[in-house]
Design a protein around this ligand. Sequence first.
Ligand code: ISL
Ligand code: CA
Length: 549
Amino acid sequence: MIKQAWWKEAIVYQIYPRSFKDSNGDGIGDLRGIIEKLDYIESLGVDAVWLNPIFRSPNDDGGYDISDYYTIQPEFGTMADFDELLKGLHHRKLKLIMDLVLNHSSDEHEWFQKSRVSLDNPYRKYYFWKQGKEGKAPNNWPSFFGGSAWQLDDDSGEYYLHLFSRKQPDLNWEHQPLRNEVHQLMKFWLDKGVDGLRLDVISAISKRVDFPDTDTEDFNETIRRYYANGPRLQEFISEAREKVWNHYDVMTVGEGPGITPQNAIAYLDEKKGLNMIFHFGHMFIDQGPGGRFDPIPWTLHEFKKVFKTWDDAFASHGWGSVFLGNHDFPRMVSRWGNDQEYWQESSTLLCTLLLTMRGTPFIFMGDEIGMTNMVLSSISESRDIETQTGWQEAQKRGLTEPQFLKIANYSGRDNARTPMQWDSGKEAGFTNAQPWMPVNPNYNRLNVQLQAGTSQSVLNYFRALTRMRKSHAVFAHGTYNPMDTRDENLFIYFREWQQEKMLIVLNFCNEVTILPKEVHAMLAKRLIGNYPERNSPELRPWEAGVYQL
Ligand code: ISL
Ligand code: CA
């Protein structure tokens, strides 16, 4: 019997360990803190946990700069803590997906320390080293984190490539001994019983290694054409599949700026590819050519179009993820909903979308209680290198701090990294010390404890949604057919599989919207909704409903 792909039916809960729960009073979330909360995680009705990186790291980029792939970040705990956490998850039939960062390492990794020593040591080719041109960087590639993607290393007089921060030198996957090292470290974690791997920036492990200048100012275009989707990408992925993943019952999900509906299928070959990818189509619709700190207005029309385009891409094979927020983006209710007068309604509407869409839903910790963006009152409060370097770039463009803060408070990653809000006690029950990042001041009216005891809370609505999704296979396996309403406020779609047919109705705005007559006629049996049920063609602001046809 072909093992059903568990990951197609799973609901995944993403935990950013640094901000989830501090168990030892140092203000930093840790593995024992997650162990303390296993019953809570189980109570959500999810099936798997994705942990952001937990390996030793100098924390230049929130752990995405790994200095030892075989050691747990000391602030997070020990390998014994990891083993206990994995056992605790498996005991509750929960799977663990780990986050492996393999496009780059930390510059404090021993590979890089050895690589930089001389021009001809065996580690030199683990990274990309190049002579400068006329005393400048080898080409004009910009880093994700501002400035050039090349750093001059005085010792050897050559530049090294770092698409992200200068403390994140890119690993050279063209070099077989490096790939062998990567295969070894994957096996180490899979031998421990890890169920899935999230492969960070996997789209860039093969890049344009002839390193031509980029000919566009559009950063996302530069990623697509120069950093990602290089000529040997499928080769590197299928080699890892053949040498490692095929020998384990493991799910692989690739994260990849630059993955498009056109090239996504190439990543997901049944025999030689990944199981799933995260795509960013919807996550870039409010970004102008300058990327994250160049926000532009978005429309529901575009938002719906992205979901349709990607669903078409995976209509017959391949598989996608569905997410509306994570550690790299602002809180979903603040970005796509209304975190003021319609905070509850828009939080529950967005959860409804997440859990009725086609594809594996990934819910970011705190979105199940509707956590919102947090306002930074000065750049010094930011803990994110992307915001800090973004500010340096903004100053070159003549922006004042208040002007840049307004942008960062809309689109910055700090928004997603404030501590989880457990209760209305000190520091929201996250820590009894000074937290590494300030707690959102709204914690005393927005927290797990308050919502656990309120039947109509976002938390209990989320739990009802996961129960509903698990009891109707149509949500995991069914087709997705959006209804193209002329109305800019309505997002309506059908899900259908075998004898089951569902209609999902979302009113994505602050106004009352009248349903088309033919839709109102179908609203017979409501499975779940975020307003008291009534029979009316009028949808209330941010009203969501799931109907069985
Ligand atoms: O933030 C983004 C663009 O402004 C995203 O495109 C993100 O940088 C990109 O998708 C890669 O993200 C991943 O790798 C980064 C790390 O900073 C992110 O946290 C991680 O999700 C470098 O490892
Ligand atoms: Ca701690």
